[in-house]
Design a protein around this ligand. Structure first.
Ligand SMILES: [Zn+2]
Length: 55
C-alpha cells in the first residue's frame, strides 16, 4: 500500500504509521512534513489531499 504525497510527490512511508489507516485520518509526510488528510483507502493504495489546517 502506497501513498504519494500531493505536495512533494514522494512516496510516504505508511509502515511507520498506526495501522489500519482509515478515511479522514491525518498523516504527516515524512519527506516534506506536510499534513495529509486521507480521502480513501483501497487495496492498491491510499488517496490523500493536503489537510487545510486553517479550518
Ligand atoms: Zn511530502
Amino acid at each position: 500500500m502506497t501513498l504519494i504525497c500531493p505536495e512533494c510527490k514522494n512516496s510516504v512511508d505508511l509502515s511507520a504509521l498506526p495501522q489500519p489507516l482509515v478515511k479522514d485520518q491525518v498523516v504527516e509526510c515524512n519527506h516534506c512534513g506536510i499534513s495529509l488528510l486521507i480521502l480513501d483507502v483501497v487495496d492498491s493504495g491510499v488517496t490523500a489531499e493536503v489537510a487545510d489546517e486553517g479550518k
